[in-house]
Design a protein around this ligand. Structure first.
Ligand code: PXG
Length: 289
């Protein structure tokens, strides 16, 4: 079945879903986006994603051409229009058509695009065995340059890190911040388990305020695991008993090797496996937020 893409209020077949070459989203990466997931036809934490999209837009002075309620309805109708129950949704708002200069005020109308598709998960064995990641030399963009809390269309910082990771044979790469502390991976947040406590970099390390990260923090606290959002270094990774990543696409995925060093036993640890299962159940539960 041909995918139906939402563009500015209409569902159109993918061949007809086109954007101008003068759109500043293309010319400058000037726009914002969200990656969401639906489970059993229900979008996981839709309101949290929409709130974050609005915050990203506000941070780049982009005035949304629709209300939050209209965006939620547009996302749901794009899923329905494509008969997708378990899927991945990409919501994009670009600055719109402008001139070849940077001036965003010359852009006429923000463009709203929603793509719904089925998601190709990492191979199942990866969730059982855990993955290997590598620290990249690419620093996460400092908040004073381009705040990682803005989910903008300019993802080159992450793509450069991803290229380096892939070239060292790793599917995901760990980025440090401008102070040399752990930040996050190219499309996932990072967690460590040390002596039964869950540790994760704080938002002011310069990271995306991940929705899966928040859900996992809540799950852990709900089962009396102490969670510390604190500045961490590579040393903390190397001495950790467990490590895992969280993200909308990845969900909760164990990490068993970092920079060629084995983490813990080299197998996904008990805290990771428990939180992975709890997240899996939460996401598939009706009205999970
Ligand atoms: N950090 C970064 C830099 C991200 O881009 C996350 C953390 C995890 O955040 P959420 O809110 O999803 O828990 C992300 C999210 C993709 C894809 O297609 C990437 C993300 C989300 C969905 C799909 O690679 N990144």
């Amino acid at each position: 079945m041909t995918r139906q893409i939402y563009i500015n209020g209409q569902l159109v077949p993918r061949e007809k879903a086109v954007i101008s070459v003068f759109d500043h989203g293309l010319l400058y990466g000037d726009g914002v986006f969200e990656g969401l997931r639906s489970y059993g036809g229900q979008v996981f934490r839709l309101q949290a994603h929409v709130d974050r999209l609005w915050e990203s837009a506000q941070a780049i002075c982009l005035e949304m051409p629709l209300t939050q309620q209209e965006m939620c309805e547009a996302i749901r109708s794009t899923l329905r229009g494509n008969s997708i129950e378990d899927g991945y949704i990409r919501a994009i708002v670009t600055r719109g058509v402008g001139t070849l200069g940077l001036d965003p005020n010359k852009c006429s109308q923000p463009q709203v695009i929603i793509i719904a598709d089925t998601i190709e998960l990492y191979p199942r064995e990866l969730y059982e065995q855990g993955l290997e990641i590598v620290t990249t030399s690419v620093t996460r963009s400092p908040p004073t340059a381009l705040n990682p809390r803005i989910k903008s269309l300019n993802y080159l910082n992450n793509i450069l890190a991803k290229i380096e990771g892939l070239r060292s044979g790793c599917i995901e790469a760990l980025m440090l911040n401008h102070k040399g502390e752990l930040a996050e991976c190219t499309g996932d947040n990072i967690f460590l388990v040390q002596r039964g406590k869950l540790l994760t970099p704080p938002l002011d390390a310069g990271i995306l305020d991940g929705i899966t990260r928040q859900a996992v923090i809540e799950l852990a606290r709900g089962c009396k695991i102490e969670v510390l959002e604190m500045a961490l270094t590579q040393h903390d990774v190397y001495i950790a008993q467990e490590c895992f990543l969280t993200g909308t696409a990845a969900e909760v995925v164990p990490v068993v090797k970092v920079d060629s060093r084995v983490i813990g036993t080299g197998k996904p640890g008990p805290v990771t496996v428990d939180l992975k299962d709890r997240f899996h159940r939460l996401a598939r539960k009706r009205n999970s937020g």
